[in-house]
Ligand binder design. Structure first.
Ligand SMILES: Cc1ncc(COP(=O)(O)O)c(C=O)c1O
Length: 360
């Protein structure tokens, strides 16, 4: 079947250079060669995340490390601040692991406000809080700078942030914000195939984990950290060597070819372009001030069949996403992350206009 160019919010289009790196011949994972690779990738990720914290790589998708974060750091009780499907997933993960947790769910399309965070944390009931930075189901990007000011007042709380669909496209200065665990996946704004996730972990989160008895096995954060810190950048089980080679290559380009500021600016500009198109022909689903810079969720104000539109786009070699869950057909989503350029979006939107007869 012919390849469709992916404008879905993950997996994203993967550049041929990165795909080629995935087929690098294997090396043993208990070798100095592997340690060098993992160390190099970790250093680059620390630059990308603006952090001095150690980096955990996991041969799982991001959900695995979301599980690690909430399970390994909750002693008292966690509060999950949800703005959509992936926030709700974090709460379901807690429940599935027997981790005591409550959920505050914001109306979909809106972001979490500082007063809500303050209200919950000042009860003193919670020692962990989770926030989804970029909620892929609704196209909402929370204002973590604003929330960080509240978290600073509650140093006993371990702050975990899901940046699965934003890290690599949007600046997340982890240490400045005071994020204790920052999780992301390979298949979104980093522009890799799915199957690898990574997280930065603060000293505070590490200390907390020592008081958690049942941390599981595969996602035991202390075990993962031990292999990084005491065993010279190794992984407790077998790592995804192919992904790590590809990530090393992708990060080199992100940091040294494009440059971080330019990359974040490109994402901001193409997001702005897609948003103005969406407002011209439809409407934005999220409140404007929370609109994401990596994925735009568009309200289907023209009552088009999103399914038919996507079928017609497929015939032309493109794919976008229908709305998520209950938002199916009520919204549709266009992703603009990783290596996407404005010209790619112009081409896609031109086809959508043509198929729907917009502006004719
Ligand atoms: C915001 C967000 N969080 C978590 C996940 C789950 O990540 P993964 O599919 O890598 O497990 C996704 C996946 O789309 C996501 O968009």
């Amino acid at each position: 079947m012919a390849h469709k160019k992916l404008f879905i919010p993950g997996p994203v289009e993967v550049d041929q250079g990165v795909l080629n790196k995935m087929s690098t011949p294997m090396i043993g994972h208990r070798t100095a060669e592997w340690s060098d690779l993992q160390r190099r990738v970790s250093r680059k990720l620390q630059t990308l995340m603006y952090t001095g914290n150690p980096i955990i790589l996991s041969a799982s998708s991001g959900t695995g490390l979301l599980e690690m974060a909430i399970r390994c750091t909750t002693v008292k009780r966690a509060i999950v601040f949800s703005v959509g499907a992936f926030g709700n997933r974090w709460h379901a993960i807690a429940e599935g692991n027997g981790v005591p947790a409550d959920k505050y769910e914001e109306q979909w399309g809106r972001g979490i406000t500082p007063d809500v965070v303050e209200r919950y944390l000042s009860t003193g009931k919670y020692d962990v809080a989770t926030v989804t930075h970029n909620e892929t189901s609704t196209g909402v990007m929370n204002n973590v700078e604003e929330l960080a000011e509240v978290f600073r007042k509650f140093p006993e709380v371990v702050w975990c942030v899901d940046t699965v669909s934003s890290l690599g496209g949007v600046k997340i200065p982890v240490d400045e914000l005071g994020i204790d665990i920052c999780v992301t996946s390979s298949q979104k704004a980093l522009g890799l195939p799915p199957g690898l996730s990574l997280a930065s972990v603060s000293q505070k989160a590490k200390e907390r984990a020592t008081g958690v008895k049942n941390r599981g096995y595969y996602f035991d954060m202390l075990q993962l950290l031990k292999y990084v810190e005491e065993r010279n950048f190794q992984y407790p089980s077998t790592p995804s060597i192919s992904h790590t080679y590809a990530l090393d290559f992708a990060l080199e380009r992100i940091l040294n070819q494009e440059g971080l500021e330019a990359r974040f600016e490109r994402h901001r500009q193409i997001a702005e372009y897609v948003r103005s198109w969406a407002k011209q022909y439809f409407a934005l689903f999220p409140e404007q001030k929370y609109a994401s810079d990596t994925v735009t969720c568009i309200s289907n104000t023209r009552a088009i069949s999103v399914k038919d539109l996507n079928n017609k786009l497929a015939e032309r070699g493109f794919a976008i996403s229908n709305g998520y869950g209950e938002l199916k057909e009520k919204t549709f989503r266009i992703a603009h992350m990783a290596e996407m350029q404005k010209a790619d979006l112009e081409e896609l939107l031109g086809h959508i206009e043509d198929i729907l007869g917009l502006g004719a």
